[in-house]
Design a protein around this ligand. Structure first.
Ligand SMILES: [Zn+2]
Length: 369
């Protein structure tokens, strides 16, 4: 059977990998950072601005789009790519993580989850079949299996969540119809190496075109997250992309790539932008700070983004202080550029077989700031 998906590993250095994942809407060069467009929009940015930033993969949230405007409506409008006018690859989550986050208004059973909408309190139900049907209506290139994300330290709950996640993964595969979407399986297991190992083996056995690691960056320590990545890396098939869900700060990307991860996503760069924080290669700047009132320098003197090429810290601070909408746009451009550029630099370092030096220099530079 002909599939529009193909993953080509170009170079490996230690566990770090550089590759190309081909999708119906173009190539994703990995390692890759995916900006988050929760409501089918990366907040404060036009698709043209995203293209200029050379974003390739954008994430959208199934739970939110199911509630508003509804996945049927998006389907009638020609699918997510046409609806939001993003002609490059899109990934949708399964909605599971958001539903499980509704701590007091959901009930989980072996068949699925019943929950109350955060918008109007109405009652809804997601099952593996429903999560796939919604994602088929949305039409993203990469779709995710419906999984259960447990509290990371609760062993009994994680055991149960892993079993459900596995049964649901099989149901997602069985119900999926569209051939132009790649369904990724998800490994769970909290901070428990044996559960992670068991989950990675089972999910790998289902032969998904890509695999994800869920249930991390949800309260555990960095050391625990790294340990879990080291458990699953040798088990997951090397010839398929690996996605670390909801993780994507600069440090997390460098550390994740070192442990075999190819795809990252994180709301932080655009969320921070709306809270006046600029990410730089060495840390964060609060641009509202009075010390920037007459600062003629760009946010980051080493940055080549549109914001840093054209505006001073003094001007961006002025926009923040006067609550002008352009501040969110200029800071989002800068913050996303910083992470997209970092992913590109990591990729180049792997291709040029100097990732180990890159890794060392990255942390030396951050400690020195
Ligand atoms: Zn910049």
């Amino acid at each position: 059977m002909n599939t529009p998906f193909n993953f080509q590993l170009q170079m490996r250095q230690g566990r770090a990998r550089a590759g190309v994942f081909t999708t119906p809407h173009g190539e994703i060069h990995t390692p890759v950072f995916a900006p988050v467009g929760t409501q089918a929009t990366v907040k404060a940015l036009t698709p043209a601005q995203l293209s200029e930033l050379k974003a390739s993969l954008v994430l959208a949230n199934t739970y939110h789009l199911y509630l508003r405007p509804g996945d049927s409506l998006i389907s009638e409008m020609g699918g997510l790519h046409r609806f939001m006018n993003w002609q490059n690859p899109i990934l949708t989550d399964s909605g599971g993580f958001q539903v499980f986050s509704l701590a007091n208004s959901r009930v989980i059973d072996d068949d699925g989850v019943t929950f109350k909408s955060h918008v109007d309190g109405s009652t809804h139900r997601f099952t593996p079949e429903k999560a796939i049907a919604i994602q088929e209506n949305l039409g993203a290139d990469i779709i995710m299996a419906f999984d259960e994300c447990a509290e990371p330290y609760d062993r009994e709950y994680n055991k149960q969540a892993v079993s459900r996640t596995h049964a649901w993964a099989e149901r997602c595969l069985a119900t999926k119809i569209r051939q132009d979407q790649a369904l990724f399986g998800i490994v769970q297991g909290g901070v428990f190496p044996d559960l992670r190992e068991h989950s990675a083996r089972f999910i790998s056995s289902l032969d998904f075109p890509g695999n994800a690691i869920g249930g991390l960056s949800v309260g555990e320590t960095k050391d625990e997250m790294h340990a879990m990545l080291e458990v699953v890396d040798p088990i997951l098939p090397a010839d398929k992309p690996r996605y670390l869900m909801g993780v994507g700060t600069a440090e997390d990307m460098v550390n994740g790539v070192k442990r075999g991860i190819d795809i990252f996503d994180c709301v932080l760069p655009t969320r921070l932008a709306r809270h006046n924080a600029a990410l730089t290669r060495t840390g964060r700047l609060n641009i509202a700070n009075a010390t920037f009132a007459q600062d003629q320098k760009p946010i980051d003197e080493t940055c080549t983004c549109y914001t840093c090429q054209n505006f001073t810290r003094a001007y961006v601070r002025h926009l923040v202080v006067t609550k002008e909408m352009l501040s969110a746009t200029l800071l989002s451009i800068h913050n996303l550029h910083t992470l997209l550029q970092l992913a590109g630099d990591i990729r180049l370092a792997i291709l040029e077989e100097r990732f180990d030096d890159f890794y060392t220099e990255f942390f030396v530079r951050r400690e020195g700031s």
